[in-house]
Design a binder for this molecule. Sequence first.
Ligand code: FES
Ligand code: MG
Length: 592
Amino acid sequence: MTSDHQPTRRLRSQDWFDNPDHADMTALYLERFMNYGTTPEELRSGKPIIGIAQSGSDLNPCNRHHLDLAKRVRDGIRDAGGIPIEFPSHPLFENCKRPTAALDRNLAYMGLVELLYGYPFDGVVLTTGCDKTTPSALMAAATVDIPAIVLSGGPMLDGWHDGELVGSGTVIWRSRRKYAAGEITREEFLDAALDSAPSVGHCNTMGTASTMNAIAEALGMSLTGCAAIPAAYRQRGQMAYRTGRRAVELVLEDIRPSHILTREAFLNAIRVNSAIGGSTNAQPHIMAMAKHAGADLRPEDWQAHGYDIPLLANVQPAGAYLGERFHRAGGVPAIMWELLQAGKLDGSVPTVTGATMAENLEGREASDREVIKPYADPMMERAGFFVLKGNLFDFAIMKTSVISADFRARYLSEPGREGIFEGKAFVFDGSEDYHARINDPALEIDERSILVIRGAGPLGWPGSAEVVNMQPPDRLLKRGITSLPTIGDGRQSGTADSPSILNASPESAAGGGLAWIRTGDVIRLDLNSGTCDMLVDETEIARRKMDSIPPVPPSRTPWQRIYRETVTQLEDGATIRGAEDFQRISTTPPRH
Ligand code: FES
Ligand code: MG
């Protein structure tokens, strides 16, 4: 970099704004930016043009705070000698989009790829927060491979209700059990939910939003300490300013996602996910990001590199606290510092700070041991995702950090058969079928039953539904049985506290094993061998395969059909098939 912050090489944006060979087109490209007061001198100055991919809007309340934060991002970009251009990205609001926001992650990805590729950006600030806003943005940045940096919006402040911490989502799952058991009224249910959302920001539990932003930081794609700062804290605005500044420097230093998003970085992210008790949605999202980055990541890496990592963060749903306390305890850097000291992190990886991860983590030891445990004295040993396979699926995961002592005692601790459970399957075809029949007394579900849901994967729903954390029948809840073993080809919310076996691939709608199970079959789960099978003989399974696959609802929008025609399974990240063929496409597009 030169002293006046001028780049030493020709920038991508100059092919639009300062191209002597194409005076006519340059005039055309330049003129309309003038109508909001930009000057030709600015755009022709050779200063880096930095996009701000704005994910906040009234439709995405979790990210809406970015509309304010963007002002500080702009200040940072200007102060570092760049020019900001803010633009909207496709909204992704987890709680409200039907049939599911998962349907739109690939749409947002494709939209952002077209914007970053087709417009005159030299770098981009990715504003993230609500669950899929983070992976979709990083997937796009990986494909286009222009300098990029993540600015998360931060979690809401801690929620309190009746003197107890109430966390996003987790309060819903816990209250719905109390409601079904007749312990609270509808109004009390609503009050607890509203109290869990006390300020601007995304979910304050370690749900998918906090998880994916922690992972962006663990990958080295945001400034150190970014993920955990609550949205309402003054540090959040300061982080926005620093992130804007750094975006310009990334362009000048030509640091690109392809330098950072390596296999080693993704393995670090998997380890961090275990230590924070992160969302099961991290599995498809990390796989999708790795595919678009061209990093060699395999489904079994979750078991090989993530399972043995202990749970260090005492944050809901696996623990007790929420985002504010986690931030004050040291946040993601303090978790990573523990892993680094224990030799469980590759500290040599480069990051957007320009320094290595180990350099970023210098002196970042936790300040509150109630919330961030030492590696040697964790909340739980071996707290990562357990990878399972068998005749029901080739791949599924189980989040071990939320297996309660009660659940373990009930299902996984039979003397001489530890880790093994056999139970009768009750099969539901999608969530409507589940809701219609779960309390039917004719269905003799008891505490030895396994609940199975299918038709909930990327093809089946479509988009894949967060439904596998099925609640037991009300009559069992009233007896204090709060969870049964559950299996499904859908997902579950990152805020759920259920040790479901989920993300099963291939899904029923793709002809996976779940398509052929029947209510009454016995399922055998064996955590020692990592297998999960229906105990049905081969000839009977072959006979059932003569039947057709359980039906799924028709596509109701053009995108639903295109999505179904192109999507891969959750094991592979539910990406757009073939999209990973397009790698590092940042070269300048042809002019028209
Ligand atoms: Fe948007 Fe949780 S619903 S962050
Ligand atoms: Mg969610």
